[in-house]
Design a protein around this ligand. Structure first.
Ligand code: ATP
Ligand code: MG
Length: 395
């Protein structure tokens, strides 16, 4: 309730200027469910320039969609003008919106009844589409005819399945059937928008049901690189997803089931950031090593602590066991060195001591030296390294 109390001042100020304003969207839904509230969104009859005039501290973050970010006592709120999305082209959300002065029109364009409830500053609900009843029944139902609503914007089908995961709700029969019929329209949607919903799906508490639904409704067949992987996606529902803590771990776990020929290409095709792709492929690489052996010094060293711990969680999700994070952490801490910088000698030392020219031998010697030290076969000191160089006939 606290976030609403604070933001009520914005609604009251808009009202004082003669406009209507309400809390809308996910925060109202989550408040009714009793979940912690994240972002509080406000919808208003005021046009964006009217909102900006009333609140001098603002950022015009999405004027073409009618959204102004209002900064109030150190917190920012999205204030969006009531709008209609009248014309939809190509099964995507429209690029143009028209602003309207009626709340009813604004609520009507929203995806699901549970997301189409408005709340006044003093907590009264305006619920023209039975959203509260749907929440009570844990039901996801489109506002209006699902066939039309999915034809307008096919992303809504993905959103429906991701709410199954994040809220633990179920699709109404009518909504589910419409997804089955229209799944193919998903090809019109930009992968970036699909990826946002997909990652939320992977991190929700109901991810197992959502994965089964992706398979059952055929939505999976329109996700890049998953076209022929319905069975594998459904099989991933068996994993112990509860231990997963990040989208990187979630992707790695899913890809263990999907077994793509080229995980790197798949992830890049989904337009994930390079950093994320790198983390996920590092986890996958570490997983392959762990299939051949237990955790060992060299694997921990090469993977680094962060990847090792993420991998441990994925392993435990695969095996249905509790992750031994403390164990991995202490093994990692015990390593004699944690990076090449920690070696007692440098390449320059080797060049000086041997009097040799640089060349491929130097990298090879440093690599071997690193392995000897990491695995505890050689003490990390200048003296023992010199001794070792002699044994290798380099000194
Ligand atoms: P979350 O709590 O996960 O953010 P949310 O419901 O707030 O869920 P958002 O993506 O933040 O989801 O969208 C905010 C609101 O905007 C939704 O509650 C819904 O009313 C509306 N909305 C979002 N996307 C669509 C869409 N594709 N079609 C229709 N309405 C939408
Ligand atoms: Mg939201």
């Amino acid at each position: 309730m606290q976030p609403f109390k604070h933001a009520a001042a914005i609604i009251e100020k808009l009202e004082k200027h003669g406009f209507e304003a309400y809390f809308v969207g996910g925060s109202v839904r989550d408040f009714i469910i009793g979940k912690p509230i994240s972002d509080v969104d406000i919808a208003t009859s005021a046009l964006p320039n009217e909102v900006m005039r009333i609140f001098p501290h603002h950022v015009p973050i999405g004027l073409e969609h009618g959204t102004v970010l209002v900064l109030y006592e150190g917190i920012s709120y999205e204030v969006t003008t009531f709008r209609m999305e009248a014309e939809y082209d190509d099964f995507r959300r429209p690029s143009h919106v028209s602003f309207v002065r009626s709340l009813e029109e604004d609520l009507k364009r929203r995806d699901f009844t549970m997301n189409a409830i408005a709340m006044t500053a003093n907590g009264d609900m305006i619920d023209s589409f039975g959203g509260q009843e749907a929440i009570h029944r844990k039901q996801i139902q489109t506002v209006g005819n699902p066939d039309e609503r999915f034809r307008e914007d096919a992303l809504r089908m993905m959103r429906g399945v991701r709410f199954v995961s994040t809220l633990g709700f179920h699709l109404s029969d009518e909504t589910k059937q419409a997804i089955q019929e229209h799944a193919g329209l998903l090809v019109h949607i930009a992968i970036e928008r699909i990826a946002v919903e997909f990652e939320k799906l992977l991190l929700g508490e109901g991810v197992r049901q959502a994965l089964l639904l992706l398979a059952e409704t055929d939505l999976y067949a329109y996700l890049p690189y998953f076209e022929k992987k319905g069975e594998q996606i459904a099989s991933a529902a068996m994993y112990n997803w509860d231990v997963i803590q990040s989208s990187e771990e979630a992707w790695a776990l899913l890809l263990r089931a999907v077994k793509p020929e080229n995980a790197d290409a798949l992830l890049k095709n989904w337009k994930l950031s390079n950093k994320k792709v790198h983390t996920i492929t590092s986890i996958l690489h570490c997983l392959v090593q762990l299939e051949k052996s237990e955790w060992n010094d060299m694997l921990l060293y090469q993977s680094g602590e962060e990847i090792s711990i993420m991998t441990e969680r994925v392993v435990s999700a695969l095996q249905g066991e509790r992750p031994s994070i403390e164990h991995v952490h202490s093994l990692y801490k015990k390593l004699p060195i944690h990076s090449r910088k920690d070696l007692a000698v440098t390449g320059t030392d080797l060049l000086q001591w041997t009097g040799k020219q640089g060349g491929p031998w130097l990298a090879a010697a440093l690599g071997q030296l690193e392995r000897e030290v990491v695995c505890g076969r050689l003490a990390n000191s200048k003296e023992s390294v010199k001794e070792w160089l002699k044994q290798c006939n380099l000194l």
